[in-house]
Write a protein that binds this ligand. Structure first.
Ligand code: ADP
Length: 618
């Protein structure tokens, strides 16, 4: 109903605008007509002049209209002049003699032009002023209604009009679906549970990385149970003004209760429900009030309310514990990144309605996309279709799919970027450095592709892809990742000397530093601070809270990070020195072909050696 009311309002507004437009056009038209009406722009001359020129044979025709004499000169098609005579006398009574062969006509005086002109001249400004007032009033009204609806929630209602999502539309995540099936049953048959005195859960928290399909899951619960679904994002509760968030929460719950049984879905609930001590900064009060209102509303749920609140977050540890108590969000459902089989299923779902030719290998794509979310895969499928359409193909080929994957994973190729020959060579050596170090180290993922065509924000790319999904990563793998990250700059140094080092390694160094810090702080993988973690979930929101470690430990952490980086540099250097001829060969091949696939890289690098002192284990 709300939707049709809005549409009606919009229709009325359009109609009013159209009417004003046409009235304006009509009046402007009238003004123009009156401007071009005969007489309006004729030159006025003395009547004696007319008579004199008529006698001289210069005049073709005279039209006497009331006390105006309209003059058409000889050779002219239309009148060009006008003379006014004394109203009481005819032209011939003015003591002027007219004996020329002039055609004289007498007609009734007409003043339509004058009337039209006057109407236009008076009405137009009046209408403009009225139009202006109407416009101002509308504006004011608009603002008023906006101000009035400030405290209203902006929740979107997905009702019967929107396409229903069902569990079958979601690939993988079987555990989550199973848990949610229970919720569907609560919504469908509440009596069954009430009779046994069971408390129907009121809050379900979906925890998982962005793009793993949490919103889809919540919509599917609504779809399966056939109930309305109110969706809002946590950040939409928070406004500049205090109290708005709380009143939006009240409004949202009211709407949902009116439509019960129903589902409220709050996306990114962490935007309003962070742990109190980690919030800090401005808007603290506002967050507090909004969160409290959510808690109050949820506590106020009676068994028969029939409203289930679902919320999504990727940081369970950041949420205020008050929110997680029994009776509130006490059910947590983990939505994980898809594994290989699930990735295949997701790709199949998104290729169902796309014409793909027989070359398309979804299995291979599923194998390559470890760590991708459902949203990433949906994006790849969509990009593939776009690429095929751009190439004017009727079906999607495997090449389109691979290109789409690369575009989504590392950004589009920027072939138009001009690089000098020196820059090209430098990039080739840089990438060859990464590739050789990565290829030689036993715990690094294999090289998947190397290119010196700029992609996304990088000058070139060496791409390593894990051959299979892994849940854990060893310290050896971390160290090999660090070493291969440093391989680019070390290869530049080897080729051009210390002075030839460029800014091209900026992002490598950032990745390496972040990895090293994560090893020390989060994984307890350093030498002196072994098996300890110094990780704070709410880092960045310190807000005056002491760090959970001393300054001395902080210094130690910094030292350990620097040590890991140094070690990586030394390892990379040793590998590159021992395999110099392979670095040269790979760089040369890259300069010739620009892009090398896994097999081509392997071929060039056959025969590389792993120096003994670089080995970390047997
Ligand atoms: P989240 O809420 O976790 O950020 P969404 O539910 O918004 O993720 O998912 C984004 C998109 O990704 C969906 O619209 C869908 O196209 C796709 N997607 C994610 N997971 C799956 C899945 N398991 N099966 C099919 N499509 C999925």
């Amino acid at each position: 109903m709300a939707v049709s009311g809005k549409a009606q309002k919009k229709k009325n507004l359009n109609f009013a605008r159209l009417t004003v437009f046409w009235v304006m056009m009509f009046l402007i038209g009238l003004a123009l007509i009156s401007l071009f009406m005969p007489n309006q722009n004729l030159e006025t001359v003395p009547i004696s002049d007319v008579v004199r020129r008529a006698n001289a044979g210069e005049v073709e025709k005279l039209e006497i209209r009331g006390n105006e004499v309209i003059v058409t000169l000889r050779g002219e098609e239309y009148p060009t002049e006008m003379a006014r005579r004394d109203s009481s006398a005819s032209i011939f009574d003015q003591g002027l003699e007219l004996d020329a062969p002039v055609e004289i006509t007498v007609s009734e005086p007409s003043n339509t032009g004058e009337i039209i002109g006057n109407v236009a001249i008076f009405a137009l400004p009046t209408l403009i002023i009225i139009g202006f007032f109407v416009f101002m009033m509308r504006q004011a009204q608009g603002q008023n209604s906006q101000a009035m609806s400030f405290g209203k929630s902006k929740a979107k209602l997905y009702g019967a009009d929107k396409k229903k999502v069902l569990f079958t539309d979601i690939a993988g995540n079987e555990n989550a679906k199973q848990d949610l099936n229970e919720v569907v049953d609560f919504l469908k048959h509440p009596k069954k549970y009430e009779q046994l005195g069971a408390r129907i859960p009121s809050g379900v928290l979906l925890v998982g990385n962005p793009g793993t399909g949490k919103t889809m899951m919540a919509r599917a619960v609504a779809g399966e149970a056939g109930v309305p679904f109110f969706s809002i994002s946590g950040s939409e509760f928070v406004e500049m003004f205090a109290g708005v968030g709380a009143s939006r929460v009240r409004d949202l719950f009211q709407k949902a209760k009116k439509n019960a049984p129903s589902i409220i879905f709050i996306d990114e609930i962490d935007a309003v429900a962070r742990k109190r001590e980690s919030r800090g900064g401005g808007g603290r009060e506002e967050h507090e009030q909004t969160l409290n209102q959510i808690l109050v509303e949820m506590d106020g749920f009676e068994n028969e309310t029939g409203v289930i609140v679902m919320a999504a977050t990727n940081r369970l540890d950041m949420l205020d514990p008050a929110l997680l108590r029994p009776g509130r969000f006490d059910r947590h459902i983990k939505v994980t990144l898809p594994e290989r089989v699930d990735r295949l299923e997701i790709l199949k779902v998104h290729f169902k309605k796309k014409p793909a030719d027989s070359s398309v290998d979804l299995e291979a794509m599923a194998a390559k996309t470890a760590g991708s979310s459902g949203a990433d895969l949906a994006n790849i499928a969509n990009e593939a279709a776009i690429i095929a359409a751009r190439g004017n193909r009727k079906t999607i080929t495997n090449d389109d799919l691979v290109e789409a994957f690369e575009k989504v994973a590392i950004g589009p190729e920027r072939k138009s970027k001009v690089m000098s020959d020196h820059e090209k060579e430098l990039t080739a050596y840089h990438e060859a450095g990464h590739a050789v170090v990565g290829h030689v180290l036993p715990d690094s993922d294999p090289v998947h592709k190397v290119t010196i065509i700029p992609r996304g924000h990088t000058g070139g790319v060496t791409w390593f892809i894990p051959p299979e999904d892994r849940s854990y990563k060893s310290i050896y793998e971390f160290k090999d990742v660090l070493a291969r990250a440093m391989g680019g700059r070390q290869a530049e140094k080897m080729k051009y000397g210390e002075g030839g080092v460029t800014t091209g390694a900026g992002s490598d160094l950032r990745i390496a530093t972040d990895t090293a810090r994560a090893m020390v702080v989060e994984e307890g993988m350093s030498v002196n601070l072994k098996d300890q973690v110094f990780h704070r979930d709410d880092e960045g929101f310190f807000a005056g809270i002491a760090k959970p470690f001393s300054e001395k430990t902080q210094e130690e952490i910094d030292k350990e990070v620097a040590g890991l980086i140094k070690e990586a540099v030394v390892r990379a250097e040793k590998i590159l020195t021992a395999n110099k001829k392979f670095v040269d060969a790979l760089a040369k091949e890259l300069l010739a072909k620009e892009t090398l696939e896994e097999e081509e890289v392997k071929k060039v690098l056959t025969g590389t050696v792993l120096p003994k002192d670089v080995k970390l284990h047997d």
